[in-house]
Structure formats: C-alpha cells, structure tokens
Design a protein around this ligand. Structure first.
Ligand SMILES: Cc1cc2nc3c(=O)[nH]c(=O)nc-3n(C[C@H](O)[C@H](O)[C@H](O)COP(=O)(O)OP(=O)(O)OC[C@H]3O[C@@H](n4cnc5c(N)ncnc54)[C@H](O)[C@@H]3O)c2cc1C
Length: 378
C-alpha cells in the first residue's frame, strides 16, 4: 500500500487545481482519475464564465430561491477574478475574456423579471445594467430587432476549456503532484490520518482525502456513509463553423435555455443546459430534438446564425444539486474528508473551489468564508 498525505479523487478542473495548489505548498499529493484527466465536464463544457443568477432558474424557482442563492454570486465573482490571472500563472493563453453577459428579452414581462433579478444581484454587490431597446442594440447590433431590452452583467465572459485542463495538468505535475489516469476509485474507508483508498491498480493510505469526483461524487461520499444531494445530468453543446467577428458578449435569452458565445477562431458555441440522450449502456448521445431547439433558440436571438453551419455537437455529464448550492468543505463528522463540488457552473467556480479546498486541507483560513454559500457551512 502506498502512503501519501493527500489523495484527490477525480481529475476535473477542481481536482487538478487542488492538486496543483497543494503540491505547490510542498504537500505529497496523488490524484486518481477514473478515465482521462479533464475529459469529463471540465474539458467538455461550453466555456462560459457565469456570474449572474441564471434567468431560467430564476423563473423556475422564484425570488426566495434567488435570495438564498445570491451569496454564491460573490464566490463566482472571486473565482472569475482568479480566472483573469490564471493564464499568466500557467504560462499560457487560456482565451479568458470578460466581455459581459446579456440576457435578451422580447417581452415586457421578461424585462420585469430581469429587473427583479438585478435587484437581488445588486443586494450582494453584483451590478447588472438594465438596457432599453436602443441601449441594447447600440452595444449589441447583431441581436434580432425583436429584442426589446436586456440585462448586462459586465463581470461575465469566457475561457477555453480545451486549453485550460492541459495547462493545469502541466502546472500540477511541474509542482510535484502525481496524477494517475485510468485509476477508478472502488473503495474508501477509514478516518483522518488513516484513510484507505482502493483502486484496481492498488491501494493508498492517506491522511486526507478530497472528493472532486464531479457528477459521481455522491458515490464516493457514500463509501464513507455520507449522503449528499448531488447527481449527474446529461448535457449537450454545439459549435458552428468560424464566422466573421460578430459577438463579443456571452448571450442568454429570456425566451428559454441559451448560452451563446463566439470564441477566438470565430466559431460560435451554443448551449445553455439542453439535455443529451443517455444510451442503453450508459454513454451519452446528442438528442436531435434538443439540438434543433437549441440552434433555433440561438438563431432567434442572433439572426446571422441562420447562415452558420453547425459542425459538431458533444455531450457530457454535469454535476448538479437541486438548489444550485455548492458542497464545499470538510465533511461534518468525517475529519480529513473534503468535498469540492460546485454544481452546474463549476467551470466558472473551479479555481476558487480548488483554492478553498487546498486552504482547508492545509489548515489555513479559506480564501472565502463559506458560510451561507456551501451547504456544509450553514
Ligand atoms: C455540456 C456541459 C456544458 C457546461 N457548460 C458550462 C459553462 O459554460 N460554464 C460553467 O461554468 N460550467 C459549465 N458546465 C459545468 C462544469 O463543466 C462543471 O460543473 C465542472 O467542470 C465540474 O468540474 P469538476 O472538476 O467538479 O468535475 P468533472 O470535470 O466532472 O471531473 C470529475 C472527475 O472525476 C472522475 N471520477 C468520477 N468518479 C471517479 C472515481 N470513482 N474514481 C476516480 N475518478 C472518478 C471523473 O472521471 C471526472 O474526470 C458545463 C457542463 C457540461 C457537461
């Protein structure tokens, strides 16, 4: 049995960055990844850096939910702050751009909801500028002339997931972290100072264990008898051929689920939470009805996309919690077992989630007080 200070389970953005931060502080850390590093949600997401409360969830769950969730926006804001320095730290351009995110409305009732949402965002210091039709079309003339206004959150933007995870893998390995691919954790037992982590390739004894297993994190927690309300949800995203520079913003629609951005090579990434199909034996496949719906939604907001060919779509499991609240911290009653799980928008939140977990493992005060943010620290 190999003895290490920290075992991290799951090599997505959170696990990899936690490994990097810990190894940089001289901690003896091994990361175990069931498949390939960064190959699940962290490498397959749409690359949006989300900050504002997501409009469809605001409509679905209402103001009370939004007020309870709002402190989490401060976490996202600080994490996006870390994104701005990340490229420099890893020595690579990660295509991080904060061009602002706009929810586009077509009806007066939608504008009222955007305004109500903006008031809740303002209550935690996140500014969303309300735009009338003229202001909106002045800054985003590529939008459909059916738009009547919108809400602009300047702190939002994008990064390139295909560049991010390889860069973090290199940084973590250069700092001394040991990263094992194709090493699925099948058992976890014990307690602080003496956890036993079992894989088909051998076992580890660790002082501390970090659960960053994304959509499958509940399985890992249950090995220690801990129940968490987190599941995996199948999503799909599509990309168009490159088109001339057109869309500097992250675009959402108040008419339905949409996230739309144009990336460095000119392609437009189109997503927003549309479900993929689950195949009989567990893999995922593009849902053609949702593909069509998602593309139609995008072209309805940005008419020029009617002439852009879609060239690819892809699928992945996202980690989701019912109330959108993250599960970040040391497990109550299981000292030495840490969870780094930010649902739904965990790419945006990845850097700070990893920083907080690394701080806690090191016994330092966390980079952000998690009270009222993580369900573990209510
Ligand atoms: C299609 C899609 C689009 C998205 N778009 C966005 C977006 O635009 N912006 C945004 O902020 N967020 C987005 N998300 C969400 C975001 O990608 C995730 O929340 C985030 O990447 C989660 O990172 P993670 O490190 O926690 O988990 P993951 O990246 O899922 O990594 C978890 C890892 O754990 C491994 N694992 C699981 N079980 C075991 C085990 N037993 N043993 C060893 N390893 C194990 C998995 O193989 C996986 O590699 C999107 C997600 C999807 C699927």
């Amino acid at each position: 049995m190999t003895r290490v200070e920290v075992v991290i389970i799951g090599g997505g953005i959170v696990g990899l960055m936690t490994a990097w931060f810990l190894a940089s502080e001289g901690v003896d850390v091994v990361l175990l990844e069931a498949g390939d590093l960064g190959a699940e949600a962290s490498g397959a997401n749409a690359g949006s850096l989300h900050l504002q409360i997501q409009y469809p969830e605001f409509v679905k769950y209402g103001e009370d939910w939004a007020k309870a969730y709002a402190p989490t926006l401060r976490f996202l804001e600080a994490s996006i702050g870390m994104w701005q320095d990340l490229g420099q730290q890893v020595g690579e351009d990660l295509d991080v751009k904060l061009g602002g995110g706009i929810v586009v409305a077509r009806q007066a009732a939608q504008m009222r909801l955007i305004e109500a949402k903006a008031r809740i965002e303002a209550s935690v210091g996140i500014e969303t500028r309300i735009l009338d039709r003229k202001e909106l079309l002045d800054i985003a003339p590529y939008l459909s002339d059916q738009a009547i206004g919108g809400g602009l959150c300047a702190g939002e933007g994008k990064a390139n997931p295909l560049r991010v995870t390889p860069a973090i893998i290199r940084a973590a390995e250069a700092a001394g972290a040991i990263l094992h691919r194709e090493t699925s954790v099948t058992g976890l037992a014990g307690q602080a100072g003496a956890f036993t982590v079992t894989t088909a390739r051998g076992s580890y004894q660790a002082d501390n264990v970090v659960n960053t297993a994304g959509a499958r994190a509940a399985e890992i927690a249950s090995m220690l008898g801990m129940q968490i309300d987190l599941g995996g949800f199948p999503l799909q995203v599509s990309v168009t051929e490159p088109i001339a520079p057109l869309i500097p913003h992250l675009i959402y629609s108040a008419a339905g689920k949409l996230s739309l951005k144009q990336v460095a090579n000119g392609s437009c990434i189109i997503g927003g939470g549309w479900a993929a199909n689950v195949r009989e034996h567990g893999g995922l496949a593009t849902n053609p009805v949702n593909f069509t719906g998602n593309m139609a939604m995008a072209a309805g907001v940005v008419p020029q996309l009617t002439h852009a060919r879609a060239v690819r779509s892809w699928t992945a499991w996202v980690n989701g919690t019912p109330d959108w609240r993250p599960i970040i911290g040391e497990a109550p009653g299981i000292p030495g077992f840490f969870l780094g799980l930010f649902p739904w928008v965990g790419f945006s939140a990845g850097p700070l989630t990893a920083r907080v977990i690394a701080d806690l493992v090191l016994g330092h005060p966390p980079a952000m007080d998690m009270k009222g943010i993580s369900v573990l620290v209510d």
